[in-house]
Design a protein around this ligand. Structure first.
Ligand code: GAL
Length: 415
């Protein structure tokens, strides 16, 4: 019986994992991103609208006054549309003077003086996705500029790169033979030489199986197209992340994209599952909503200490699907209810009512890293604690529970 269960568990992992990577331990060693980045990015809150100094400083103040900084959210990142339409006569990037009247550095300085970090956005191609100057051919110069401005985090997008043999440089390229990888290598090396540690956030929307090489190139890598403000998008990105969990580790993480909580497209249950799934998949958690209008329910989810501790666990291993005895197997592309992954001091078990209201239960005997016997657990969203051979929850549609099961506290064993 035990053998049969183990076999099922192994099968579940085989179902969801991709081909064995060659050098999982090799990572970009710039000392950054040992745990997933926590912070803010303005893009999901109105696209280009808030790529301004005023907005970045407002965000910094609100991260502090709402207790989000104390909860761990430190990056204040500005996305596309912060720069002028063209470079200056010496080829340097120039912040839009109406959006950044003092320039970038004084804003970065002020954000640093508040105990926070400052991030900016650029592109590996000739233009950003919104049509501002890209870094192609200017990588060294741009990296030095970022270091001069004391920027801490650089998101490198993939618009307007050469595509195929035709010489076309479209906004988005879908030619499988056109690799984005070399462009990220050039920027990685430029940043490494720039004289300041800068978190390198790869944003190529999961092209070129970026998870297989992202760890040698960046501190995180987007593994999907842009998240949309609805449950279907959240569920499909999470389902994809389950299959590439093994590539996450200290220094380099799968980036499931910026959070949509607070933007009105998800109900409270779905917001819990969104942050819960991103947290256990070890994604960066970058808030993307108007912080001045945050509901308490959303704020409480974002500030959930137990959940953030799981996301920031030093082991840095991402949770993935496991198949309980008697449950049907995961289906490619669909969100599966049962998740688990190792922590430095235990195991995280996630259950999500992916298809609709459900009574979900997990026997610890079925969970990789646990086994038969009685274990102590605590649940992140309800604060419930207990001990026993498993857990169960009656969940409304799309809600989630995240259990930390403590390895050191096996109460008795039936081996
Ligand atoms: C997309 C990217 C988004 C956002 C946007 C800005 O390519 O995936 O996260 O940065 O560009 O134009």
């Amino acid at each position: 019986m035990k053998f049969a269960l183990s076999l099922l568990v192994i099968c579940a992992f085989q179902h969801t994992s991709l081909a064995a990577p060659s050098a999982l331990t090799k990572r970009l060693e710039n000392g950054l991103g040992r745990t997933p980045a926590l912070g803010y990015n303005n893009w999901n809150n109105g696209g280009c609208t808030h790529a301004t100094a005023e907005s970045a400083l407002n965000v910094a103040n609100l991260l502090i006054s709402l207790g989000l900084k104390d909860a761990g959210y430190t990056y204040v990142n500005t996305d596309d549309c912060w720069s002028s339409n063209s470079r200056n006569s010496t080829g340097h990037l120039v912040p839009d003077p109406t959006k950044w009247p003092q320039g970038i550095k004084p804003v970065a300085d002020e954000i640093h003086s508040m105990g926070l970090k400052f991030g900016l956005y650029g592109d590996a191609g000739i233009m950003t996705c919104a049509g501002y100057p890209g870094s192609q051919g200017h990588e060294v110069q741009d990296a030095l500029t970022l270091a001069e401005w004391d920027v801490d985090y650089w998101k490198h997008d993939a618009c307007y790169l050469p595509c195929g043999d035709s010489g076309d440089v479209p906004q988005g390229c879908y030619d499988p033979n056109s690799s984005t990888k070399p462009y990220y290598g050039i920027m990685r090396d430029a940043l490494a030489e720039a004289g300041r540690p800068i978190f390198f956030s790869i944003c190529n929307w999961g092209r070129d199986s970026v998870w297989t090489w992202g760890k040698d190139y960046g501190n995180s890598w987007r593994m999907s197209n842009d998240i949309a403000n609805n449950w279907g998008s959240v569920a499909s990105i999470a389902a994809r992340a389950a299959g590439i969990a093994e590539y996450a580790g200290p220094g380099g993480f799968n980036d499931l994209d910026m959070l949509q909580v607070g933007n009105g497209g998800l109900n409270e249950n779905e917001e819990r599952a969104h942050v819960g799934l991103w947290a256990i998949a070890k994604s960066p958690l970058l808030i993307g909503t108007d912080l001045s209008k945050l509901q308490n329910s959303t704020l409480n989810i974002l500030k959930n200490k137990a959940l953030i501790a799981i996301n920031q666990d030093t082991l840095g291993k991402a949770a993935t699907y496991f198949q309980p005895a008697g449950a049907s197997a995961p289906v490619d592309g669909s969100l599966y209810p049962y998740w688990a992954g190792p922590l430095s001091d235990g195991v995280v078990v996630g259950i999500v009512a992916s298809e609709g209201a459900a009574n979900l239960s997990v026997s610890f005997a079925d969970v990789p890293g646990l086994g038969s016997g009685s274990w102590e657990w605590s649940e992140a969203f309800t604060g419930a604690t207990g001990e026993g051979t498993g857990v169960s929850a009656d969940l409304p549609a799309h809600d989630m529970r995240v259990y930390k099961v403590s390895k050191g506290t096996l109460m008795y064993s039936v081996r």
